[in-house]
Design a protein around this ligand. Structure first.
Ligand code: 5GP
Length: 114
C-alpha cells in the first residue's frame, strides 16, 4: 500500500530534497530529531526491513549507503560522526511503511536509544 513517501517521490507533496537518483530519494525529516535529520528512501515500495531480500535489493541498499555517506560529507557531519537507523515494525516505532533510513547528526547521540 502506498504511503505519503510515494507522494513525495512523485512530487505530489513538497519535501526538502537533498539527493535524488533514478532509484533513491533523500529529504529532510519534517520533525527533525537532530540538527541534521535526513530520510533516505528507495523509490520502489518496500514496506519495511523484513521485506528486504538481500540478493534482490543488494545494489539498492548499497546506493542508500553511498547516498548517506555523500550527504553526511556534504552536510559536514562525516568527521564528527552520525547515526543511521532503520525502524522496523511496531516495537521500533515505525510510522511510515515505506522503507527509510534515518541519517541523524550534528549533535552527540545517546546510547542506548530510547
Ligand atoms: P519512522 O518512525 O517510520 O521510522 O519515521 C518516519 C519519519 O518520517 C518520521 O521521523 C517523520 O517525522 C517523518 N515524516 C512523516 N511524514 C513526513 C512528511 O510528510 N514529510 C517529511 N519530510 N517527513 C515525514
Amino acid at each position: 500500500m502506498s504511503t505519503i513517501f510515494s507522494k513525495i517521490i512523485n512530487k505530489e507533496i513538497p519535501a526538502n530534497i537533498v539527493f535524488e537518483s533514478d532509484t533513491i530519494l533523500a529529504f529532510k525529516d519534517i520533525n527533525p530529531q537532530a540538527p541534521v535529520h535526513i530520510l533516505i528512501i528507495p523509490k520502489i515500495e518496500i514496506p519495511k526491513v523484513t521485506d528486504i531480500n538481500g540478493k534482490e535489493h543488494a545494489s539498492l541498499l548499497g546506493e542508500m549507503m553511498d547516498a548517506a555517506n555523500k550527504i553526511a560529507k556534504d552536510m559536514n557531519i562525516a568527521d564528527d560522526g552520525f547515526r543511521l537507523v532503520f525502524n522496523c515494525g511496531n516495537n521500533a516505532g515505525q510510522d511510515v511503511y515505506h522503507l527509510h533510513m534515518h541519517l541523524l547528526g550534528g549533535r552527540k547521540m545517546n546510547w542506548p536509544p530510547g
